[in-house]
Design a protein around this ligand. Structure first.
Ligand code: FEO
Ligand code: CA
Ligand code: CA
Length: 644
């Protein structure tokens, strides 16, 4: 989510990071050691590495993109490159089962919404059916429903005030969470299998969740409704996510601060909440008015039960989702996995807020493809790390381990539970690098290079730049490429020292004021800003979805593709443009690369756009029907691979 009021929830990280001068000093001393390695200015090593061990531009995964780039748009519908078809697969309010309740705009009940596709689809995963089959024509579509927009759900409504009755709050809760849907590709396009036993909703209203890992059952996780601290009702603000090698979906709880209101007792817990921006009145104030658990005065521990990664097994419709606390608590954008050289699994995640950090978790155990039981709880034991960018080309992952370094009782940490519940404060003490709103973090399936997407940070001041966030303000966002070392030719995602370079600095390279940089020339329609979610197609090319171009540049959020190696690598070109007011989430390919699913989130969410007078009625375009966030399936008219 980005648009009003969500794009400006301030800065809550007031910890002090070394100034650019300190970093330059560190770089100079390293330079002395490296003797003769040129580091001329902040961009002197753009696309290279200080260590010189290998170039981040190397690789054998080159596959040329071949589609005709589209122009810039800002209108009420979507646009795609010539030769491609766009099908609206499922919309907010569509019944997830055959015979389920039809969408009644403005008159839904919570019970109906529980049986319908939720609002504001964000992350989407395509999981083949049968499990492990690799099928590209039958699978499970798993979608996150990040948040709700009352003024596009009902006439004259906002997140608070008298219009937000208990019934409406319950509808909102039911519109949050996840959907799991069986879909199949037929001669007529993709279809929902309305009779499938897999189809389910997991909402903020009634879904029971388990808790595992270091914080499970801890006193700070206990509430009046759950004195055990291991049973949580619901999940919300599920932004992006990831898929595990063992076939589960990870769903990331992001902007949890919007849901809590009221005044808790002064003390350490209040200070801990403040570090997460949880204080006073949240955007969804009515939730606390109607449900005590969102009232900080009544349930001060309830916020500690959100901000986690939730693991869902979509292949078992009766499975209970589990909050995996070992992965830390923050405003998780995503949770993408990478299998390392030795069978351990890394989970990458950004904390999407200005001046927050990038994390990875590495499992202690190894993934065993032959023994599903051994993988079930792999995410409960391991090490959580936070990224510290040392200098051009070198970065370090620093462990968040209770008892190590500053993470001791002297700083208020009495166990690993405290460390994961207050992961942000622990990361502050470790000197993590404050980033420009880290969104998706995703490892390339062939090279293992990790792409870290910073969407923007208009509030970074000149004195606050650091080696990995060089622009102040950063209006256009950037993408960093972390290069893990190779062991026997296989990426080591457990490594604590990695190389890195800038993949791109967003903006218009023809406008010197933007400070944009691309590794190869881009066209006037190919430059981007506000990158958010990324995906890789089966040929290793990166597809980048944006969130906020309309605000920053005046044209619709779009999807861009770029090669990640070869003579044109890093040169983005525009493939798809969203209807006005929307951002694009969850790019996801079928294994054969012949379908690209996109989540079109918050269409018509613009200033002055309301339920009665929305700026678009995409995709229905029918009077009386509001804009509806939807998942679209893009295929090539001739049935070939996307992008070729
Ligand atoms: Fe939900 Fe960071 O976007
Ligand atoms: Ca975003
Ligand atoms: Ca996002």
């Amino acid at each position: 989510m980005s648009h009003e009021p969500f794009d400006d929830d301030g800065v809550v990280n007031t910890s002090h990071e070394p100034a650019i001068a300190d970093i330059i000093e560190a770089r100079l001393s390293r330079r002395a050691i490296l003797k003769g390695v040129a580091t001329a200015g902040a961009f002197g090593l753009f696309g290279g590495t200080v260590s010189g061990a290998r170039s981040v531009t190397a690789g054998k995964d080159y596959a040329a993109l071949a589609f005709s780039e589209i122009g810039r748009f800002s209108d009420d519908t979507h646009h795609v490159a010539p030769g491609y078809n766009v099908q609206v697969l499922i919309r907010w309010g569509d019944p997830i089962r055959r015979g389920g309740p039809q969408f009644r705009p403005g008159a839904q009940t919570a019970e109906e919404q529980e049986q319908q596709f939720g609002m504001n689809n964000d992350y989407i995963a395509y999981m083949p059916l049968p499990r492990g089959s690799g099928s590209s024509t039958r699978g499970l579509l798993c979608a996150n429903h990040e948040y709700t927009i009352p003024r596009l759900m009902w006439p004259r409504a906002s997140g608070s005030g008298a219009t937000m009755t208990r019934e409406r709050v319950e509808i909102e809760m039911s519109a949050h969470g996840l959907s799991v849907l069986e879909i199949a590709r037929t001669a007529g396009g993709w279809r929902l299998a309305g009779g499938s036993p897999y189809n389910r909703r997991i909402s903020a209203r009634g879904a029971v969740m388990g808790v595992a890992g270091p914080a499970a059952g801890h006193t700070r996780m206990r509430t009046n409704a759950d004195p055990s601290g291991v049973r949580i009702i619901g999940t919300f603000n599920n932004c992006a996510g990831g898929v595990t090698p063992w076939g589960t979906v990870l769903s990331a709880e992001e902007n949890i601060q919007f849901y809590f209101s009221g005044k808790g007792a002064p003390g350490p817990e209040e200070a801990a909440r403040r570090r997460y921006g949880i204080a006073g009145r949240g955007f969804y104030e009515a939730w606390a008015r109607h449900f005590e658990r969102f009232d900080l005065g009544k349930e001060p521990n309830e916020p500690n039960r959100f901000g986690w990664i939730v693991e869902v097994d979509p292949y078992d419709p009766k499975s209970v989702p589990v909050k995996r606390t070992a992965l830390g608590r923050f405003k998780h954008e995503c949770a993408t996995t990478a299998l390392s050289h030795d069978g351990r699994v890394a989970v990458y995640s950004g904390d999407d807020e200005r001046m927050e950090y990038v994390y990875k978790f590495v499992t202690r155990g190894r993934y065993d493809p032959k023994n599903p039981d051994a993988n079930r709880n792999l995410l409960d034991e391991g090490t959580l790390y936070v990224a510290k960018f040392l200098e051009q080309g070198r970065m370090r992952w620093r462990p968040l381990v209770f008892g190590e370094g500053p993470l001791t009782a002297a700083n208020g940490f009495t166990s690993q539970a405290d460390v994961v519940i207050e992961a942000r404060r622990a990361a502050d003490l470790l000197g993590a690098t404050p980033m420009d709103r880290p969104e998706d973090v995703e490892a390339h399936p062939v090279t293992g290079r990790v792409y870290v997407v910073m969407t923007s940070n208009a509030r970074r001041k000149p004195g606050e730049v650091n080696v990995a966030n060089p622009r102040a303000p950063n209006r256009y966002g950037h993408i960093i490429e972390i290069v893990p070392p190779l062991v026997g030719g296989i990426p080591d995602h457990t490594a604590t020292e990695c190389d890195w370079g800038f993949f791109l600095l967003g903006g218009d390279p023809a406008n010197p004021e933007h400070g944009a940089r691309y590794r190869n020339p881009v066209t006037a329609n190919g430059w981007l800003c506000a990158p958010d979610n990324v995906a890789f197609d089966p040929r290793g090319r990166i597809w980048i979805a944006t969130d906020g171009q309309d605000y920053v540049a005046g044209f619709a959020d779009s999807v861009y593709a770029a090669e990640t190696s070869g003579p044109r690598h890093g040169a983005t070109r525009c493939f798809f443009a969203a209807p006005r007011g929307a951002e694009i989430c969850g790019p996801e390919f079928t294994p054969d690369g012949k379908t690209l699913f996109l989540a079109i989130q918050h269409p018509g969410d613009e200033k002055g756009s309301t339920y009665d007078k929305p700026s678009t009625r995409w995709p229905d375009f029918r009077e009386g029907v509001p804009p509806r966030p939807s998942v679209v399936a893009i295929t090539r008219a001739d049935g070939g691979e996307i992008g070729n």
